[in-house]
Design a protein around this ligand. Sequence first.
Ligand code: SF4
Ligand code: SF4
Length: 283
Amino acid sequence: MDNSKNQKHPCFSASAAQHYARIHLPVAMHCNINCNYCNRRYDCLNESRPGVTSAIISPAEALRRYQYHKQRLSNLSVVGIAGPGDALADWEETSQTIRLIRKYDPEVILCLSTNGLKLPSMADDIVKLGVSHVTVTVNALNPETGAKIYRYVNYQGKRYTGNSGADLLLYNQLEGIRLLVSSGIMVKVNTVMIPGINDHEIRAVVQKMSELGVYITNIMPFIPVRGSVFEKLSPTDRHKLDTIRSTCQTEMLQLLHCRQCRADAVGMLTEPKCNIQTDSKAV
Ligand code: SF4
Ligand code: SF4
């Protein structure tokens, strides 16, 4: 595994976060599953969480936005596509954007975030595009737990719900992660710690990811989002989050500086406003 690129990726290395900036380009609008904690309909410039963007932009606009910020930020080292939907569900937009960015900047690190449903069939395409870093969100190992988190899973023209949907998603996540790791892609796994839903199996998820050769895991606090199925659940208790993170640090590397960024975030993770797209000159 070539770890050298992690030294310039602020989400894969705490020291890189002190020196490098990243940009998320919000080109992927759609998603192929429905998580009970997700609601991408609300957008407010001051709202800072995954799935939020001020606007969906086209691949051509994404390139212009990147060019604008690259001139402004000499330490911009990573381009990520993190929704606001799923980067693989809108593959046309995602892949076109990546091609345009790569042609303009052969050096920049290319990164994608996905729920993993389409990974087994698309891992080769991801590798061929020159993407080096992929984040997969894995919230459960047991279908019974997954069934509480995922309302449905749309796959190859069919909708799956309950245990069968969760089982299918998990199978594809694990298979997809195996393929990525064996191709030399750096994989990060995000897990949202949802009180009373999946908090009992976070450690098992991390252990499994360690077995699969995942580079780092990111246990994220759950944010109750207005209009989502889980809007009335309590947020993750900070003390419990810290405890599970330190327990899991004995299994594998943990990301402890995640800012739960918007899908259009830009800047360094250490900046107070890094998570907000406020620049009116940007496309
Ligand atoms: Fe929302 Fe992401 Fe879940 Fe899709 S995978 S429903 S975008 S949280
Ligand atoms: Fe990095 Fe976390 Fe922000 Fe993703 S959400 S870009 S992992 S800091």
